[in-house]
Design a protein around this ligand. Structure first.
Ligand SMILES: Cc1ncc(C[n+]2csc(CCOP(=O)(O)OP(=O)(O)O)c2C)c(N)n1
Ligand SMILES: [Mg+2]
Length: 285
């Protein structure tokens, strides 16, 4: 019998991880494709307008960095109500320059709130490279160093490796759960597409520009090197190598994810737009 790849997780959990990665990738590719194939059908700002309270995802904010403060509010609720919940707060390297980041990390540390701050460092804030705007980066330090200002743990993790991320987030969640307060995890990875697309009024075609590394900075080498570290490709290869998945299993997972997202797009295109009367639904303040 070969050694299991991760005894603590089991193969089922590893396959679940790859399945989620495949679904996320297909989701993103379908969003992009729908912009191009159905001009005018999609007019929203994307990930800054999502919420799914039924699945414990209270929401995002279109004000960069503001959801960091919201996360502390949710963590305070968990603390006061003693629900045992931990809040996972995701934001970008750009958001880490907002005032809300500093105010929130301070208060979260003072109150020992059960929250894990996950700084997704993809090196770009829209069009601006991190080396132009982040003091830690300019000094040659990791962004996780920001945690030291609040005397909380700060670690940097290779965000292209789901198992490393799992381990670091697990440690931070354990700490939060026993009342020791927040942690900051800098997860380093790269996005493969431009920050956003130019939303035009039909019939003008909507086009995704090139990634900023290429389109703004003319640095094709950086972009191509990052593509070599595609987390989906790397994790898939690892699962195959370790005998967790066979190629046919992986293909089945990918086909399923593709079909699921095809259905979602078809459902969205066939659905009527909400009526204007619904605009104030779920508005509480
Ligand atoms: C306060 C504020 N300023 C500017 C914007 C426009 N904006 C939307 S996303 C974004 C970049 C955010 O960069 P980062 O935090 O690194 O997140 P990423 O998109 O790279 O994940 C900007 C400037 C905004 N939504 N809110
Ligand atoms: Mg960023």
């Amino acid at each position: 019998m070969p050694m299991p790849m991760r005894e603590d997780l089991g193969n089922e959990r590893l396959v679940w991880m790859y399945t989620q990665m495949a679904r996320i990738r297909e989701f993103e590719e379908h969003v992009k494709r729908t912009f191009l194939e159905h001009p005018g059908a999609m007019r929203f700002g994307g990930s800054m307008h999502l919420a799914d309270p039924a699945n414990h995802f209270p929401g995002t904010s279109a004000i960069v960095g503001q959801s960091i403060a919201h996360a502390a509010g949710a963590a305070l609720t968990a603390q006061v109500k003693k629900t045992g919940q931990v809040v996972y707060c995701f934001f970008g390297d750009g958001a880490a320059k907002q005032g809300a980041f500093f105010e929130t990390l301070n208060l979260a540390a003072v109150w020992k709130l059960p929250v894990v701050f996950i700084l997704e460092n993809n090196e770009y804030q829209a069009y601006t490279h991190i080396s132009l705007e982040d003091a830690n980066c300019i000094a040659g330090d990791p962004l996780s160093k920001k945690a030291a200002a609040f005397s909380i743990p700060g670690v940097t993790v290779d965000g292209t490796d789901p198992l490393k991320v799992y381990d670091e987030v697990g440690k931070a969640a354990d700490r939060a759960r026993v009342g020791e307060g927040p942690s900051l995890i800098e997860s380093k990875f790269y996005r493969f597409s431009a920050h956003g697309n130019a939303i035009t009024v039909p019939p003008a075609p909507t086009q995704f520009p090139e990634h900023e590394a290429v389109g703004v900075y003319g640095n094709k080498d950086e972009y191509m090197a990052a593509r070599e570290r595609d987390p989906n490709t790397l994790f898939r290869a690892r699962l195959l190598r370790e005998g967790v998945l066979r190629d046919a299993d992986a293909k089945k997972i990918e086909d399923f994810a593709r079909a699921e997202m095809d259905d979602a797009v078809a459902f969205a295109l066939a659905s009527p737009l909400p009526s204007p009367e619904e605009a104030t639904n779920y508005v509480f303040a």
